[in-house]
Design a protein around this ligand. Structure first.
Ligand SMILES: Cc1ncc(COP(=O)(O)O)c(C=O)c1O
Length: 391
């Protein structure tokens, strides 16, 4: 677990924790003080002097470097996008695919991944779905029966939003490498909470938004495209994609050479406020360490499962360490319990199979105990308990 003094300092960064039992980081994380300060500093610069843009752009490159270290990637392999969906759509339209080729996904995975690929059906691309129960994780074996000589892409979430499964990217990456298949990963739910090494996992492309584990407001995404995948070409172009952007701002039809790095997939101006925020957020995350954050949420998860067992409440997803991380979906009737928690100032999310509790670096043993106490009261009163019964 994160040592007590350090945890207290982290908690101070998230004032919402004094007002609310916040167990909803898989939906979005509350802003940290340092992230808010970075946003405010950017706004002041814009307000007082509308720039200076070269300074802002230099900071973008610093942020690119720190994002790259997150993934054990090179800065040349990182592009900034708008969100996960944009990154996955960029990938879907960049991979060289021909009619009759196929893509394999997990049934029930996040729709933002599925639609990016389903859109290719109009080009004759087949989209296959491998079934998977909510309490199991995907491994190479999940995909093997669905893969053939025309399979070009396997794409899946690293951590699922609806059951908290942590898929075995290592075995899936090995399979994809052996079969010459692109492995494309939606890391929206894992980035910042699970250490990610794109090289060790043989990931070709990774896309994530930044408003959960990376702690900034919605509207910024990160995209990893492995160096050397030169055959991946952008569907959209702007000056920022070009190897030789015209200094006089007149397009050169005779020079269409693209950048070699991941920035060939960036077009136009990027989300500068959020990129300033992300720089601060990464500083905060690194001050604890992603491995330490993962250990922390896992230890809280162990405690949560133990206490849920005692109450007789089960979870939708897998229970074994290594197959779960920070997302726990409690098998409870959604309507009744969503309302109960909202009335009692507990932030959780309704999900397909129950009530989603998601943990972050600022959560504590006390948070788990409070949740369990509320559950106990709710269960014994048929969830009709009002705030006065909790207080
Ligand atoms: C696995 C997963 N992918 C993607 C998203 C969101 O997609 P986007 O970043 O495009 O809004 C979410 C949730 O917000 C998610 O849980």
């Amino acid at each position: 677990m994160i040592p007590t003094a350090k945890l207290a300092a982290v908690r101070e960064q998230f004032p919402v924790t004094t007002r609310q039992l916040y167990l909803d980081s898989a939906h979005q994380t509350p802003l940290a003080l340092s992230v808010r300060e970075a946003l405010e500093a950017f706004l002041s610069e814009g307000f007082e002097m509308a720039g200076p843009k070269p300074v802002w752009l230099r900071r973008v490159e610093e942020t690119r470097e720190s994002v790259a270290t997150f993934f054990n990637a090179a800065p040349t392999e990182i592009a900034f996008t708008k969100n996960t969906s944009e990154g996955l759509n960029i990938a879907a339209n960049a991979v060289p695919l021909r009619a009759g080729d196929n893509v394999v996904l997990i049934e029930g995975d996040h729709p933002n991944n599925a639609y990016a690929w389903l859109n290719l059906k109009r080009n004759g691309i087949e989209v296959r779905f491998a079934p998977l129960p909510d309490d199991e994780i995907a491994t190479a074996k999940t995909f093997e029966p669905y893969i053939d000589a025309r399979t070009k892409v396997v794409s899946l979430s690293h951590v699922t939003f609806h059951a908290g499964q942590v898929h075995d990217l290592m075995s899936i990456g090995r399979l994809c490498k052996a079969r010459g298949i692109y492995l494309i990963v939606d890391a929206m739910q894992s980035v910042g909470v699970i250490p990610l090494d794109v090289k060790a996992l043989n990931i070709s492309v990774l896309a994530a938004g930044t408003h959960k584990g990376l702690l900034v407001p919605q509207g910024l995404g990160v995209l990893y495209i492995a160096d050397g995948l030169d055959e991946l070409q952008p569907a959209y172009l702007a000056m920022s994609s070009m190897a030789n952007p015209p200094a006089d701002y007149v397009a050169r039809p005779d020079d269409m050479a693209l950048r070699k790095d991941a920035r060939r997939f960036e077009f136009g101006n990027v989300n500068l406020p959020d990129l300033h925020a992300l720089h601060a957020a990464i500083g905060l995350i690194q001050s604890v360490g992603v491995a330490a954050i993962q250990k922390h949420v896992l230890a809280l998860g162990d405690l949560l499962l133990e206490r849920l067992d005692a109450l007789g409440v089960s979870v939708v997803g897998p229970r074994a360490r290594g197959k779960r991380n920070h997302i726990y979906v409690l098998k409870l009737p959604v309507d009744k319990w969503t309302d109960y928690f909202a009335r009692n100032n507990v932030r959780v999310s309704p999900e397909r199979g129950g009530i989603r509790v998601s943990l972050a670096m600022f959560n504590t043993v006390g948070d788990i105990e409070r949740l369990i106490e509320m559950l106990r009261i709710g269960l014994t009163t048929g969830t009709l308990a009002a705030t006065e019964q909790i207080d």
